[in-house]
Design a protein around this ligand. Sequence first.
Ligand code: HEC
Length: 430
Amino acid sequence: MQRRLHLNNDIVNEQRPDDVRNCRATEPISFRRIHRCVPGIVSALFFIGSAHLTWGQEPPDSHNTPSNRFVALENEIEKLRASDAQSSDVKRLIAIDVELRDQTSETAKQIQQSVLVALAEQGTAVSLEHLRSVFETQTHRRHDAAYAISVAAMDRPTDDQDWRYLVRSLMVVEGRQAVSVLQSLGRFRRRATKAAWVRQVILIALTLPEQDLPAALELLKFWTQHTPAPQGLVKDQLADYQAWFRDSYPDEPKPKLPVDMAGSRWTYNRLSGVLADLKSDRTSIAAGEVVYSRADCQKCHRRGNMKGQPQNNQLGPDLTSLGWRRQPKEILMAILYPSHHLNDEYPVTTVVLKGGMSVSGLMMPDERAGLKIVGSDGMATRFKRADIDETLASNVSNMPTGLLERLSLREIEQLMAFLSAQTGDADPHD
Ligand code: HEC
């Protein structure tokens, strides 16, 4: 199978036949080899990028125009990639990354991506530490950092810390970056122990083109030790893992992609433009706060140290540091499809009472009756333990679906701006 550099699919796909010939590989990728195979592609990437660049918000400098600066950086990175790991090279690569930190142009982003890959190739303790720090502190680059970590770990699949970053990244990586993460995870000796991680690999596999499915299937086989019928097509093997997962973990949400409610106005696909052009200006954020209040979010969620928050808003997670924890696409998914990823801390229980009545929601202690169930409408049903006939775990979230339906596109943009800007430190709530 041919493996390719995944920096930019469009350009990489224009690989010349002679590059392709030199790059056939049956083993998972080694980035040193990729570098030897496709230096021209990396250069082409920068060249094309530089041709229409804008240098963020910085005023152009007549001596050092944006394009000159990018081309210079690109050449420098090429040289650094070709040289053997030296601490000065690593320092310089990190300095370039920091220098580009506030740049928003596509070209700057691509250069940053290639800096991360170059750091992965260097493979020193300091360079790997930088990748981990980008993963932790620059949420919007988490997938790029994970991809670089997967590259570094491909040759050295031994560090438990890398393994954990790669597993966490399963929530955000897509396409070819996801394939690299899956391949890399498959090289570790450690296997996933949580059903949610296995499910996440199945969910990623459902989004991959057929030719990329083997990477996911191999990892599933290794993690689950379950072997699907060998004569099946790769798609059938994936379906086999879905069925196996349902049987093995009946209490987990089903391993399938979320389905939009019939007739819903706002779907993930329709709102993907909001993600591509996420606002971060103060006016949008302030307007988003108003939308947040009007849409009843604070009925269940706490946020910051807001005075006067209703006392019962503990029905959902604290959103104070949401923007650190989650990428905008994860936030949008969480709002559109609340039951797709359930949070263990807010388990929904269905209680059948002896009189035959049944209620679902979050079960909590109650001062008066002993227990109460708080439903998604915020209403509490109180009862005594002795009244319970049966309790059942539910995998339908207490967070209602369709919360965005009443909002306009502009309001959703503002709400997303506001939510992504929640990057405070969550105070412990007693
Ligand atoms: C009735 C309670 C309720 C309401 C109302 C509600 N949520 Fe939630 N929300 C939850 C629960 C419970 C979860 C945890 C998911 C789960 O396991 O069910 C959650 C999860 C989330 C998450 C994911 C948080 C994380 O830590 O990853 C986001 C984001 C979110 N809600 C945003 C909103 C927004 C925005 C609104 C208003 C439009 C809203 N929620 C209204 C209960 C609620």
